[in-house]
Design a protein around this ligand. Structure first.
Ligand code: HXC
Length: 514
């Protein structure tokens, strides 16, 4: 027995060395941690239980017999974060560049299966040169197995990806299939084909950072939801994000002990909407004033900034917040903001988070470019996602709610449970100038004092429609409230809606206009 124990201990020691001291030093020199060091930061102390630490690759071609490393470039297992169970896999760049082998696939898929069956979140830490070139199609097949599990787990357990190094080729699709992607700035990148291939195919000169760095995917592509300055910050973000999510889709999100007065009036909100209707204000300030202190976690904060999505708490209960941002492109709905909103609605609906929607939008963005790239199809996703969602849904119209966007942004006709409006709300088919130009075109052509006459019509239109009272009169708005009472109103409404039960017709799946 002593010999066997010694052998086991030696093998384990060897596994801990990953790709060897030199490789570990190189990893540190790049400002990166090893897979095990990352897991030590992420998981509660002594909670990690590793699986598959002794597996090695099966390939013997290309001199691979001489390059055998226990664990084969990925550390997999279970642990706890703030006392809650999670499954993890962390690629280890010090072993053959973290490249994805047949055995790596088997280990990750095993953890994915166990996470799904146990109903616990799964976290992937990515740092890999992609498919292990020496293994050819065996590696590619492994990706297929992994993608399948990503998709089967989708909407059942939370799946989070932290990009902490390269992620190239088709392997970007594994994180892209998960719910949230966090990228470390300066050390992670994601692209299908690298700068060399881009240069050959399109003639474009670009480096890895400009092609697929954290800024690119947070600001432009929307592939990433969060950006972190350091690995430590990225791992802390995982912990915060998980605190808003349930372990799986059958559970309610975790509740924290309330620490903010549920009846707190936010006096500043009574003065936040500017007197002039085109003047911007910062919707983030509204959200922060309404939700529990310091509880707002913005998701996709850099992408499509004309819309806001994020998690927050109201009286200790987690909610999803969606809003237009008048301070950016006047809060207009366009292709990217529609995608951002629709995706976030579905995540909240899947994981049982009520949806609170703050509305101030002049409508969908007009323009040839938007029409040609499919603002109809993308905008339809917002409508689809809101209609389909069965979680409690509450909307508040703060100012503009024009045309299709009024209906699309969580209107009562689209199964919203409650709709509030501030007295500053303007609920109309379109803006005053545009409406008058269409309605009174002939009359204005003939009028000697065109401008004065147009202004008269504009004033009349505003008087009639630029208020919440027509909609309130018709019951489309349940109550017009003082802005400062928004928080207590929402908290009380959620107390009622907490036990809401609503189901969609049975079907294999809907056909969202993706
Ligand atoms: C095998 C790999 C590897 C890979 C890196 N290595 N990538 N081994 N397969 N894919 C090995 C290197 O040979 C090297 O080993 C060690 O890892 C470290 O790599 P370096 O190149 O020295 O590191 P660095 O300079 O930091 O560059 C990292 C890198 C680069 C940018 C990731 O290695 C790279 O471009 N790798 C190939 C990326 C790629 O094209 N992958 C295939 C994508 S296709 P030694 O022992 O020499 O030090 C794909 C298809 C998936 O993934 C399809 C799914 C549907």
């Amino acid at each position: 027995m002593t010999d066997q124990l010694t052998q086991l201990r030696e093998m384990r020691e060897r596994a801990l060395l990953a790709g060897g001291r030199k490789r570990v030093e190189e990893q540190h020199a790049r400002g990166k941690l090893t897979a095990r060091e990352r897991l030590a930061l992420l998981l509660d102390p002594d909670s990690f239980q590793e699986l598959g630490a002794l597996s090695t690759h099966r390939n013997t071609d290309f001199g691979m017999d001489a390059k055998r490393y226990p664990g084969d470039g990925v550390v997999t297992g279970f642990g706890k974060i703030n006392g809650r169970r999670v499954a993890v896999y962390a690629q280890d760049f010090t072993v053959l560049g973290g490249s994805f082998s047949e055995v790596q696939a088997i280990k990750i898929c095993r953890i994915q299966d166990l996470a799904l069956e146990s109903g616990i979140p799964i976290l992937g830490l990515f740092d890999s040169g992609g498919a292990r070139i020496q293994e050819g199609v065996r590696s590619l097949a492994g990706y297929g197995e992994m993608f399948t599990r990503n998709v089967l787990s989708s909407g059942v357990i939370p799946q989070l990806s932290v990009m902490m190094g390269p992620c190239a080729g088709g392997s970007v699709y594994a994180p892209a299939l998960t719910d949230f992607v966090i990228m470390t700035q300066g050390s992670s990148f994601m692209f299908l084909t690298g700068p060399e291939v881009v240069r050959t195919v399109t003639g474009e000169e670009v480096d890895t950072e400009a092609l697929g760095g954290a800024l690119v995917h947070n600001i432009h592509s929307g592939v990433a939801h969060f950006m972190a300055d350091s690995e430590n910050q990225a791992l802390e973000l995982v912990k915060v994000l998980l605190s808003y999510l349930p372990q799986n889709n059958t559970e309610d999100p975790p509740q924290v002990t309330p620490y903010d007065d549920p009846d707190r009036m936010a006096e500043a909100l009574n003065h936040i909407v500017p007197a002039h209707e085109d003047e911007p204000y910062d919707m983030i300030e509204v959200i922060r004033a309404v939700v529990d202190r310091e509880s707002f976690l913005e998701v996709h904060s850099q992408y499509a900034r004309n819309a806001i999505t994020g998690f927050a708490r109201l009286d200790g209960f987690a909610v999803g917040v969606i809003a237009n941002q008048p301070a950016h492109l006047a809060g207009v709905l366009d292709i990217d903001s529609s995608d951002k909103i629709a995706r976030f609605i579905r995540i909240c609906d899947a994981f049982n988070l009520p949806l609170i929607t703050f509305v101030d939008t002049p409508g969908f963005l007009p323009g040839v470019n938007q029409e040609h790239y499919g603002v109809i199809r993308h905008g339809a996703k917002v409508i689809y996602a809101y209609c389909e969602a069965t979680v409690p849904k509450i909307s508040i119209v703060l100012r503009k709610a024009m045309g299709g966007a009024y209906i699309a942004m969580s209107s009562k006709q689209m199964r919203s449970d409650l709709a509030y409006a501030w007295p500053t709300a303007q609920i109309a088919v379109m803006g005053a100038e545009g409406a008058v130009r269409i309605l009174y075109r002939k009359e204005l052509e003939d009028a000697p004092d065109k401008e004065a006459r147009a202004q008269e019509f504009i004033d009349l239109y505003r008087q009639k429609f630029f208020n919440p009272y027509v909609a309130a009169d018709m019951g489309q708005i349940d109550e017009v409230i003082e802005p400062r009472e928004t928080r207590p109103r929402l908290i009380r409404a959620l107390q009622v809606l907490r036990t809401k039960v609503q189901q969609n017709p049975p079907k294999k799946h809907g056909l969202m206009p993706v």
